[in-house]
Write a protein that binds this ligand. Structure first.
Ligand code: AMP
Ligand code: ZN
Length: 468
């Protein structure tokens, strides 16, 4: 079966065919960097990282772009509030965002274009829209002439009359029509600004993505993503801007993640502390957070709660434990394992990974793909119990796990290392204590390791450890 993706544009699942075989151009709208990443923002971040991982795992080269909106009204207000420059606000929150990404086991994008570094391409784009009659200048602002683009509303499936009805008529005499949207805003006195053919100002929000996509990816991309709230107006406006110039689709597939809610409340940045990724990361590992995010289908709503995260943590730990037990048992056989995996294990592994791929190919059905991971956990534990010594089955199990884990990231590499490093450190300390005949400390460490689920075995070959 080929990969099927639910395309918001057609409201149906479609076979995914990139324009160039084996190469995927993907763009996901990024954050406005005026605050820390909240747990709602982490949803698209993890979802699209997983999509990208799956495409790469199945042999595609993915060019993955996600932007930083580093100047807008909210940025300007934040800078005033903090009494620093807009650029300083951006630096501060981009650095924090990147730390959060790393902490969530999310791979860096191929590129993170920023608005303030993309002014030339943005101004050029607006100039071309103006030349074609899709944009008009009015009092130093430039607006998009929505009525001229016949397809306006096609993504969010609204027609212009409905839209006009829905839009609160702003008291803004500069627009020809209320549904027209701003491409360039004249700067207010004292505000950060750039020089343009229409005077000093800065871009509107929607234009940056159209300009960056065209510059770095080309006229038509394969996948465009973001949270469902971006369908309208943001993505609708992106389509209008790009397609008015090219006459071609901006993206062949549109993917939107559902919202993360707290109780019945929609999450917003104003909900504040405790819900920030930087704080949640203090208490939960990336594997647990990713498990929580991926155990619901990306298009469904997801309810956030402390309990849900705690339960995700337990599940992620079960997976991590099975993996580290296999690794550890293999390490105990420094001469390595000989031969092939048994046919029973090989067959069951083929069924598990086959199932994993089938679920992922069905519009990235991660909750069902995780079920395949648990079939793997059961098989791993049975195989560990059935084999006294290291077996080629262990190596085969680890290989199959790596394929699934490279995609879902439920056991990020750094977490395995930290766990093992801590154990090794305590074991070394205990050996030292025993050398010094400090039996009290030696016993204390044995208990401490016991509480971490580690069993120590004094063997003729020296100290060995395994997880319970
Ligand atoms: P923002 O910085 O608010 O523009 O959001 C950045 C990204 O996070 C966008 O793709 C939003 O759609 C997404 N997003 C914001 N809040 C949530 C939420 N509560 N659940 C899921 N996605 C969200
Ligand atoms: Zn965008």
């Amino acid at each position: 079966m080929a990969l099927q993706i639910y395309n918001t544009m057609t409201r149906s699942k479609e076979a995914f065919v990139p324009q160039e075989p084996g190469k995927v151009k993907m763009y996901v709208c990024g954050p406005t960097v005026y605050g820390y990443m909240h747990i709602g923002n982490a949803r698209p971040v993890i979802v699209f990282d997983t999509v990208r991982n799956y495409l790469e795992q199945t042999g595609n080269e993915v060019r993955y772009l996600t932007n930083f909106t580093d100047v807008d009204d909210k940025m300007i207000r934040k800078a005033e509030e903090m009494n620093i420059t807009v650029a300083d606000v951006a630096e501060m929150f981009i650095a924090a965002y990147q730390e959060d990404l790393q902490g969530l086991g999310v791979k860096p994008a191929t590129m993170n274009p920023r608005v303030t570094q993309s002014m030339d391409m943005i101004i050029e784009f607006i100039k071309e829209l103006e030349e074609k009659g899709y944009a008009y200048e009015s009092g130093g602002d430039v607006y998009y002439r929505t009525g001229k683009f016949a397809d306006y509303g096609k993504l969010s499936r609204q027609n212009l009359e409905e839209l006009q009805f829905g839009i609160r008529v702003e008291v803004d005499s500069r627009k020809e029509k209320p549904e027209d949207f701003v491409l360039w805003k004249a700067a207010k006195p004292g505000e950060v600004h750039w020089h343009s053919p229409w005077g000093e100002g800065r871009p509107g929000w929607h234009i940056e993505c159209s300009a960056m996509v065209r510059e770095y990816l080309g006229e038509t991309i394969d996948i465009h993503g973001g949270g469902q709230d971006l369908q309208f107006p943001h993505h609708e406006c992106e389509c209008a801007q790009t397609e008015a110039l090219t006459g071609k689709p901006l993206s062949n597939y549109w993917m939107h993640n559902g919202f993360l809610n707290i109780g019945d409340e929609k999450m917003s940045k104003s909900l504040g502390n405790g819900l920030l990724v930087k704080d949640i990361r203090q208490r939960f590992k990336a594997g647990a957070i990713r498990y929580f995010m991926l155990s619901t289908h990306y298009r469904n709503p997801l309810n956030f709660s402390e309990e849900a995260l705690m339960s995700a943590e337990k599940s992620a730990e079960r997976i991590a434990l099975a993996e580290s037990n296999l690794k550890h048992r293999l390490e105990l056989a420094p001469e390595g394992v000989q031969g092939e995996a048994s046919s029973a294990v090989a067959e069951r592994l083929a069924a598990i990974t086959g199932n994993f791929h089938a679920k992922m190919q069905d519009d990235f059905n991660t909750p069902d793909a995780i079920t395949a991971v648990f079939d793997w956990v059961n098989l791993a534990n049975q195989t560990l119990a059935n084999n006294e010594t290291a077996s080629a089955d262990f190596a085969a199990l680890l290989k199959a796990f790596a394929v699934m884990n490279n995609v879902l990231g439920l056991v990020p590499e750094q977490e395995e290392e930290i766990a093992s490093e801590e154990v090794e450190r305590l074991i070394a300390e205990r050996a030292e204590a025993r050398k010094n005949k400090n039996w009290a400390r030696s016993d204390e460490i044995r208990d401490e390791l016991g509480s971490l689920g580690i069993l120590l075995e004094d063997t003729p070959q020296g100290m060995r450890w395994r997880r319970k």
